[in-house]
Structure formats: C-alpha cells, structure tokens
Design a protein around this ligand. Structure first.
Ligand SMILES: [Zn+2]
Ligand SMILES: [Zn+2]
Length: 267
C-alpha cells in the first residue's frame, strides 16, 4: 500500500502497546510508505491523568534512530489534545520543538472526558452533546492555529449512549460550516480516523458523507486518513475502504504532512 498512516501512537503514549521498532517492522512487512508517530499530549486533563504527556525530544530521537535502522520513513508528530483553557500552556510546551505533523484533537468538553466520565451524556440528547463537542472544536481551532490536521471530528460518537450515534452534517450545518470553512481556508486537513469506526465502540459508526461532501464544496482540499493505532497490527487498517469513501465524496488525493508541508497521494 502506498499510503502513509498519519496518526499512530508509539510507546511514548501512555495508552499504547506499540514500540517504534514493531511499527517499523510492520511497515516493511506490508510494504507501507511509512507513518507518523503522533503521541499524546493533553495538558490538564479533567481526570487529573497527567501522564498524557511525553518528551518530544526523546520521542524524535528514537523515531530517527529506528527510521535509520529499518530504512523506513517514520515521521515526528504529535496529537495535541486541547481544551479552550489549555491553549496558552500548550503553545509554551510545544514551542521548543519542530514536528512533521501536528494533529489538533479535542478529548474533553466542559471539563469532562466522555471516555472516563460518561456522566457528560446524562442530561443531554445527541444534539446537545455533539453540539457542545463541535462548539469546543471550533473554539480550539480558532484559538490555536498552529496545526495541520483536525483529528477525529466525531470522537464524541465513540462513547455516546444513543441508539443512532453517527454525527451528521444535517444536524449541525451551521457549526460544521464554520469548522469546515476554517479548515478549507487555512489549508488544514480533515481526518478520517479509522479507529472511530471500529465495532468495539458499541457497534460501528461511519464517517458522514454529508460532512466530507460539504468540505469539498467549501473548497477543502486536504483529507488525511489515520488509524490511531495503539498496536502495530492496526497500522493502515481499512485505508483502502476509507480511501474509496474519500474519493466518493469528491477527493482525488489523500494528504500527509512532512515538515509541516502537505504532500498528496492519488487515491
Ligand atoms: Zn485522539
Ligand atoms: Zn490518537
């Protein structure tokens, strides 16, 4: 496969079982173009889990070493988990480092992490819960502009208790238009996070055609696919399937970022 996996977690992420060497070996075995290690950095998590932090200097040195040893392209990235109140601290924390790819993700809403704190959903229907998630994304991306990819725009669906869990464009046209036009205008990528659509999250959901077609209408050019792998067997999982999905929504290329510059691969 000629695609690049733009979203993976190595041993530098506290919740990952994947060491960089096993990832490199898997790339060689499957003939993959390479991948980006985008380890977690979430400052001031609501549950006080301060371990969602890593030393980019050490991570980058290890990525370089393994990349040389295995002769496969392993790029230096980060998944920055943001809350509106952590924007300044995050900026400071990242400023000494350079990355190939910065993914901006939202994992917490209103001081709650829906993964660890399902109480977030208790007094909300899906319109309110997903709406607050999208509002938080919008606030974060307009405050923190130094990123390349918006990670898993529908992360909130993974842990949601509703019978119909997909996050659909038709339910949030105004909010999604604000987010998508911001991404399109500023040359940012919208991610298809294949981890989100795995059956393990209470039955599979799917990326919404309405969201991606609207992104294209708004002149969005960059779509990335990331497995969000926390173990090497999941690297590039279902990329062909979701590549075809992107194509059916009007995108002819998938995007990855090397040295913060977009690089396109035909689907
Ligand atoms: Zn994430
Ligand atoms: Zn991730």
């Amino acid at each position: 496969m000629r695609y690049f996996d733009t979203h993976t977690h190595s041993q530098f992420s506290p919740d990952s079982l994947m060491n960089m060497e096993s990832a490199a070996a898997l790339c060689l075995k499957k003939g993959l173009a390479g991948l980006v290690f985008t380890d977690h950095m979430d400052i001031d998590t609501p549950t006080g889990v301060e371990s969602f932090m890593f030393d980019p200097g050490a991570q980058q040195a290890e990525a370089e070493r393994v990349s040389r040893e295995y002769n496969v392209e392993l790029l230096k990235g980060i998944e920055l988990g943001l809350q509106p109140g952590t924007v300044e601290k995050s900026r400071e924390r990242l400023s000494p480092f350079t990355f190939d790819t910065v993914i901006l993700s939202v994992h917490s809403v209103d001081g709650m992490d829906p993964y660890h704190q399902p109480v977030f959903f208790e007094d909300k229907d899906h319109i309110r819960a997903y709406g607050r998630y999208l509002e938080t994304i919008l606030e974060c991306i307009t405050k923190y502009r130094d990123f390349d990819i918006l990670g898993h725009y529908d992360y909130i669906t993974r842990y949601a208790p509703y019978r119909e869990r997909n996050l659909r464009y038709r339910d949030f046209p105004d909010l999604l238009d604000s987010i998508l036009s911001y991404l399109a205008t500023n040359g940012k990528a919208l991610e298809i996070n294949t981890n989100t659509y795995r059956a393990k999250y209470k039955g599979a959901t799917a990326p919404d055609e309405g969201v991606f077609k609207r992104f294209r209408e708004l002149k969005g050019e960059f779509v990335s696919i990331g497995s969000d792998a926390h173990s090497s067997d999941r690297i590039c999982e279902n990329f062909d399937l979701f590549g075809e999905f992107a194509k059916s929504c009007g995108f002819r290329y998938l995007t990855m970022f090397r040295g913060r510059k977009a690089s396109l691969t035909a689907i």
